[in-house]
Structure formats: C-alpha cells, structure tokens
Design a protein around this ligand. Structure first.
Ligand code: DAH
Length: 361
C-alpha cells in the first residue's frame, strides 16, 4: 500500500508541476482531490480496511492529501504571478515617448485656475485644507452663525439629502455643501491658531443659467491670528488679485454686505473696463463684483473653540468658475461642464504650462 501511495504522489506531482495554465492545474486538482479524485477514492477505501491497516495507511493518505493540496496552491501562485508578469510586460507603457499629436490632451481651465490659485496662495504662506462635499447642517449653516429658520439658509438654494441614521440633531441633517465656508469650521476645530489656509472645492446649489451651475467650485480663504484687522484682509486680497489677473494694480472697492459668518462683511468690486467689447481688469471706469469677505464673526470663533478675545481673523470666498471666466473671457459657465473637446481645444491649457506666481514687492 505504501508503495502505491508513493507512486501516486510521484504521478500527481508530475501532473501538477506540468500544468502550465490555471485550467490544466484545476483539472489536475479535480483528478486528485475532487469528489471522484484518486486521493479521495483511496481515502474512501479506508473504510473497507482492517483496523491495523487503517492505522498506517490513514495518516499516510492524509499526509498525501495535504502535500498535494500544498503543491497545488504553490503551483497556482506561480502561475498567477507568471500571468501577471506577462500582462505587465505586454501592457508596458513607455512614458518617455512624446505624445501623439492627434492625442494631445489639454488642461481644463478649472484645473489650471486651481493650479494657479494654489501657487499664488502657497507663495503667500497659506496651507490647503479640504472637507467633504456631503456636509451636515451644523457645519454648513449653524456653526457659521446662520440661526435656525434664518432666510439666508433658503437664499442658498440648498440640495437637502436624506438624514444620516447614525447621527443626531443637526448633524443628522445632510446637505450638499452650498459653500466652502463649511471647511472653515472643520479647519478651526482641528487646528490651533495662528494659521492661514485656503480651501478649494465643489459646491452645490439648485440654480442653472449662463452664470450659475448646480455644481460649481469655490475658493475660500481663512486667516486667524492675533491683532488681525481689515487692513490685512485688504492687503491680502490686493496681492492675490494682482497675481491672479497678472496686472500691476487692481483698484478695489469694499461695499458693506451681509454674510452671517463675518462682521463686518463686505463685497469687493474691482475696477474694470468693458468699453471696447472686451473686459480689462484693473483699469477703466466700471466696477465689477468679485468676491465676498469680512472679519470672522466672534460667534463662529466661539463655535470652534477659539477665544475671540485672543484671536481674530478674516475670511473671503469666491467662485472659481467665475474668476476663470473673467480671466479667459469664457461667456457661458455651462460650457465648462459639457465635455466638448472642441471647447477644450480652444480654452484648454498645454499640460506643461507653468502657473503664475505671486509677484510681491
Ligand atoms: N460663502 C459665501 C457664498 O458662498 C462667500 C463668502 C462670503 C465667503 C464672505 C466668505 C466670506 O468667507 O467672508 O456666497
């Protein structure tokens, strides 16, 4: 009997190691260990043996079964690696090859603008923060000093989501964030002042026309430190706007305005010239609204555990599509999301274009 087992082991080993694809290996497995496999049948034959014989043959057969199973697993691993190696070799891409001209990709103006904003604010010492697109009512409204039932909540054309069954109260009420200001809260709760940070990301409002889309992007800035005042806000915005619009000067006008999370709040207009049918920023007789800003409201600081007696700060926010449209003379915001390659050929940027840097005196 032992001889038979040794011979069978040799035979099965040869069969398994000769299997050169997964299908052949599976056939070998079924032939050995399957319901009607040779090892299985021998194990079933144990019942007919006398107890003495069973005592020696039983363990030998079990060892055979284990050895064969281990061998199959080993061969399977080797075959899978071989298949993967072959695939990796066959699908190799030479990234050093120059792109085929007919396949030239281009960078979307929004991506380009985000790159530029990142570079400008990084030069000014800002970090970049992120937060979730699906936000809760508390972060999007309440913590930002929007009282319950306040009309400003409705002003934002909010997309409301189903409640989160695992959370309670205002944190269970989910919305698609209507602005990136919600990330101010998340940042202040998790960082100790002083800090300066920007947030760029998608925001959502139920609105659609030439200058509004249900999904759009915003940039938000937040600076918290000791003894911060409107002068710092003005200087920061001036540096940013000059760098972004690539002009030597951008005269600004601060108009008082209301946003619940800042006090005082303002809208900023910049000087522009629309007389020649094209838009020139920084010169001319017209004014154009460009962003919202203000000094962070003490209630907002308190909601985030920051003592307003010790720290103050400013915040600002604007639409990324909006400033991209102004800079690149794109008339309709909706075309940004049409995925029309002709549009992208016209407005897109070469992949290796360098973004602007902040030019500071
Ligand atoms: N969150 C405002 C909006 O979406 C924009 C804004 C206004 C942001 C004033 C600010 C700010 O940080 O201070 O309309």
């Amino acid at each position: 009997m032992t001889q038979t087992i040794i011979a069978l082991k040799e035979e099965l080993t040869a069969l398994i190691t000769a299997a050169n694809d997964l299908q052949a290996l599976d056939e070998a497995r079924v032939g050995a260990l399957g319901k009607k496999g040779r090892v299985t049948e021998m194990i079933e034959g144990l019942g007919a043996m006398n107890p003495d014989e069973r005592k020696t043959v039983g363990p030998a057969l079990n060892a055979l079964k284990d050895d064969i199973a281990a061998l199959i697993a080993q061969q399977e691993k080797a075959l899978k690696k071989q298949t993967l190696d072959a695939r990796l070799a066959a699908e190799r891409v030479d990234v050093t090859l120059s792109p085929r001209p007919e396949k030239r990709g281009s960078i979307h103006p929004i991506s380009q603008t985000i790159e530029e904003l990142t570079t400008i604010f990084a030069d000014m010492g800002f970090t970049i923060a992120e937060g979730p697109d699906i936000e809760d009512d508390w972060h999007n409204f309440t913590a930002l000093n929007f009282p319950p039932g306040h009309p400003a909540r409705e002003m934002q054309d909010t997309f409301f989501m189903p409640d989160d069954p695992e959370a309670e109260g205002e944190r269970a009420k989910k919305v698609l964030r209507t602005h990136t200001s919600s990330v101010q809260i998340r940042y202040m709760q998790t960082h100790k002042p002083p800090f300066r940070t920007i947030v760029m990301g998608r925001t959502y409002r139920c609105d659609s026309d030439m200058t509004h889309c249900p999904m759009f992007s915003q940039i938000e800035g937040l600076v918290i430190d000791k003894n911060i005042h409107m002068g710092h806000l003005k200087g920061c915005l001036n540096d940013f706007l000059k760098a972004y619009f690539e002009v030597d000067d951008v005269p600004m006008r601060f108009r008082p305005s209301f946003f619940p999370f800042v006090e005082p709040g303002a809208e900023v207009d910049i000087r522009c010239d629309k007389s020649a049918g094209t838009l020139k920023i920084g010169e001319g007789d017209d004014w154009m609204e460009i962003l919202g800003c203000g000094m962070v409201h003490p209630n907002v600081l308190k909601n985030c555990g920051i003592d307003p007696e010790e720290y103050q700060g400013f915040a600002f926010g604007t639409g990324i599509e909006r400033i991209a449209m102004l800079k690149h003379a794109i008339p309709d915001m909706r075309t940004m999301f049409d995925s029309d390659t002709r549009w992208l050929d016209h407005y897109g940027f070469a992949p290796l274009d360098r973004p602007n840097r902040a030019t500071r005196d």
